[in-house]
Ligand binder design. Structure first.
Ligand SMILES: NC(=O)c1ccc[n+]([C@@H]2O[C@H](COP(=O)([O-])OP(=O)(O)OC[C@H]3O[C@@H](n4cnc5c(N)ncnc54)[C@H](OP(=O)(O)O)[C@@H]3O)[C@@H](O)[C@H]2O)c1
Length: 346
């Protein structure tokens, strides 16, 4: 095991990206050191660079989605051994060749699934899961989880609407909602992605480019009854307001970005609730739901009820991460997840 590794640094707030070297960390109690074979790109990372969000200490290593092999097992960890294949999200950065993971929110990769596919899972699946089904936090719809005993089909007979079905978060949310029994399961997307989304469980795909009034009308028509749960995985001001209009008088709208629903709409409908989920399963308030999800993830994947996103590799290792992030920023990615292989870095 080398002492140092390559990592991609964001050099300063609003600064440049640069590949450099840094020490390979040592796992603490409950942690694993994982050699990262694949890391997936998330919109958050271009936003941190462009808007200077969240991070104050630079240079910083970003990235939240990783899959790789366990190199060192920290004290107190059970169930993992050196050489195991796993995937995880972390707060320590995944745009590097080795990273630490918390073992209780790390899952084993089933045989037959690639590192690239596994790297698409952690952030997306956790956002769908803790946005709808976290009964230990109040920033979500607080529904009973489909991965727990008795959870499958529990919400049968209820409709759900997911704005942005084609995104990484959207695709995992569709699959979890299907597992929970929601039907009709209505999503908004570009219609060219309709077949992919129906294969995941959507019953209706509504053209996301329709004018607001037509979009809202078509969704209400497809639902056939008031919609208690809407998950807006896009969360622009426009989609949040459309989503709010669709909600039943006592429904819950889950957003992935801060609440931008018009104040007068909210005043006119005080029974409607808007919650902004923060989906990091390493946060103390998300830990209970995260651990319960991670205990079941490998078996859900083996069973095939959760399928990974389609992967597009950005070749060239860590120095290519900014190229991929720029594509995310420009809206050039549709229904796929961009993945980089850090070990390819030169
Ligand atoms: N709060 C949290 O903890 C958390 C966690 C993860 C992600 N997020 C945020 O969630 C958002 C989605 O993340 P992601 O990884 O899923 O992004 P993504 O995979 O890059 O999403 C891309 C998709 O968005 C769809 N889209 C764009 N505008 C749309 C609209 N007006 N209506 C419907 N669909 C639209 C496109 O669908 P088509 O291709 O079909 O046109 C595209 O496929 C990002 O803003 C991210 O920062 C938040």
């Amino acid at each position: 095991m080398p002492a140092q590794q390559k990592a991609l640094f964001l050099t300063a707030k609003h600064g440049d990206w640069a590949v450099g070297t840094t020490d390979i960390p040592t796992p603490g109690t409950g942690q694993l050191l994982v050699k990262i074979h694949s890391t997936a790109l998330n919109p958050l990372d271009w936003k941190i660079q462009a808007y200077g969000l969240f991070i104050e200490n630079y240079p910083a290593i970003l990235g939240s989605d990783a899959a790789g092999t366990v190199e060192v097992v920290g004290e107190g960890v059970e169930g993992f051994g050196v050489g195991d294949r796993g995937f995880f999200t972390n707060s320590f950065g995944t745009y590097q060749q080795y990273a630490l993971s918390n073992a209780d929110v790390t899952a084993k990769i089933p045989a037959g699934m690639s590192f690239d596919e596994a790297a698409t899972l952690p952030v997306g699946v956790a956002t769908g899961a803790t946005g709808l089904f976290d009964q230990h936090a109040d920033d979500n719809a607080q529904l009973y989880p489909p991965w727990e005993d008795g959870g499958r089909g529990k919400h049968a007979g209820k409709s759900i609407v997911i704005f942005g079905g084609s995104g990484s978060v959207g695709q995992y949310t569709i699959q979890l909602a299907k597992l929970a029994g929601f039907a009709p399961l209505i999503v908004t997307a570009s219609l060219r992605n309709a077949d992919v989304l129906k294969a995941l469980g959507a019953t209706h795909v509504i053209d996301r480019t329709l004018p607001t009034d037509v979009l809202v009308e078509q969704i209400k028509h497809a639902a056939g009854a008031p919609v208690e749960t809407v998950f807006d995985t896009v969360s622009s001001r426009d989609t949040q307001n459309e989503a709010f209009d669709i909600l039943a008088p006592t429904g819950v709208l889950v957003t992935v970005l801060p609440d931008e629903v018009d104040a007068e709409k909210k005043n006119a409908a005080p029974g409607k609730k808007v919650v902004h989920v923060v989906a990091n399963v390493n946060l103390p308030q998300k830990r209970t739901a995260g651990i319960s999800l991670y205990k079941k993830l490998a078996s859900l994947l083996e069973e095939g009820v959760i399928k990974p996103n389609h992967v597009v590799i950005v070749p060239g290792g860590l120095s290519s991460v900014p190229v991929g992030l720029e594509k995310l920023r420009n809206g050039q990615i549709s229904a796929v997840k961009l993945v980089v292989r850090p070990q390819e870095s030169v």
